[in-house]
Design a protein around this ligand. Structure first.
Ligand code: PCA
Length: 213
């Protein structure tokens, strides 16, 4: 089993992005899963191209993209990516699309195909705050979840894909004031659990949605 895990570079004036920091801390093997990593630019125009190149190189069975969601309290495993780009702020290229589809004439949405409920249950058993989230927003993270599932749909071999939104680090939250945060070690542990659970649940990888409740 091989997994590709991606983070994003800092955006919106932040100096760090906990997603790329967490991905950088992952061991090269988690259980039976070989782990490859990449950092994506927070860019509507370029992130999917970089992701596609990383998938072509890694040939993974599992792809987990990770991004920062400042203000969220939990590890949020996303259920769905929607075919909308609607940016509240500019991305790292200065682009701010409003109500533009990710893929022209593409389906309205794609479901993630990781076993999201089983992953969330296991993270909680390990003492980590985790939830299934029903919206990845409409910024670059939603864009990449939709693009990921669109890429996977066109692969000759089956792959599971999904997206994890993570809170601020304590040092980021301390600058904002009043925002929730999570230690980097806990974020890394959550990612490792998602990889282990996903690798152990390959039975329905060929089904339409591939989700296990
Ligand atoms: N979070 C942003 C994009 C990059 C990231 O880490 C988002 O939630 O869309």
């Amino acid at each position: 089993m091989r997994a590709l895990v991606t983070g994003f570079d800092p955006f919106g004036g932040d100096e760090v992005n906990p997603s790329s920091l967490a991905v950088g801390r992952l061991p090269s093997v988690v259980g039976d899963v070989e782990v490859m990593t990449a950092v994506l630019p927070t860019s509507y125009a370029n992130s999917a191209r970089v992701l596609m190149a990383a998938i072509d190189e890694a040939r993974p069975d599992i792809v987990l993209c990770v991004g920062q969601a400042g203000g969220r309290t939990d590890l949020c495993l996303e259920r769905v990516g929607i075919n909308v780009q609607d940016a509240r702020i500019r991305d790292n290229d200065g682009n701010q699309p409003i109500d533009v589809p990710v893929v022209a004439n593409g389906p309205a949405a794609y479901f993630a195909t990781l076993p999201i409920k089983a992953c969330v249950a296991e993270m909680r058993r390990a003492g980590l705050p985790a939830v299934v989230s029903n919206t990845a927003g409409t910024f670059v993270c939603n864009h990449i979840l939709y693009a990921l599932m669109d890429i996977i749909r066109q692969q000759p071999t089956p792959m599971r894909g999904g997206f994890l939104h993570i809170p601020y680090l304590p040092e980021q939250a301390s600058r904002v004031g009043g925002a929730p945060s999570m230690a980097l070690d806990d974020i890394v542990r959550g990612i490792e659990i998602i990889l282990a659970v996903s690798a152990s649940r390959t039975d329905d990888i060929h089904t339409a949605e591939g989700r296990i409740s």
